[in-house]
Design a protein around this ligand. Structure first.
Ligand code: ZN
Ligand code: ZN
Length: 143
């Protein structure tokens, strides 16, 4: 199961994306890793994979908006993460984000803003086009 999220504003702005939260897809993991090692996501991530071969890219889908020109796109999060083994009082594994991936706008090159989980819970975000309140809503779907 997944969730389809949509952002809508009175000014006409509209965007939607499909979330795949909690699903770890092995072939997608390999695909993202291959692209990263080919340098498609920048030199920094490429070097991180050389430094931490056990690292992986967060494949959660997110919606990114550009406050400069009003563009939006849905993409994998791509934060570089590592599973860190914990010792002592809290045993087990913890996920540590080594490097957050900066999403840039295809249209104007500005850094994009992610629609956060908090905004999804509050069902409200700032519209990238007019700056007023836009509605965020989620609908469950079955694959
Ligand atoms: Zn832009
Ligand atoms: Zn608007």
């Amino acid at each position: 199961m997944g969730v389809m999220y949509s952002v809508k504003c009175k000014c006409g702005f509209g965007a939607k994306y499909f979330s795949n939260v909690g699903k770890m897809d092995a072939s997608l993991k390999n695909e993202l890793e291959k692209k990263a090692k080919d340098g498609e996501y920048g030199e920094e991530i490429k070097e991180l994979f050389e430094k931490y071969p056990d690292g992986y890219l967060d494949q959660t889908m997110g919606l990114y908006v550009c406050d400069e020109c009003g563009e939006s796109k849905s993409e994998h999060c791509l934060d570089f993460c590592r599973k860190v083994r914990q010792t002592g009082a809290t045993l087990g594994e913890r996920i540590s984000v080594v490097k957050e991936y900066k999403h840039t706008c295809d249209k104007c090159g500005s850094e994009m803003r992610k629609i956060t989980n908090k905004e999804i819970t509050n069902r409200k975000t700032k519209c990238p086009k007019c700056g007023k309140d836009a509605t965020v809503s989620g609908t469950n779907y079955w694959e």
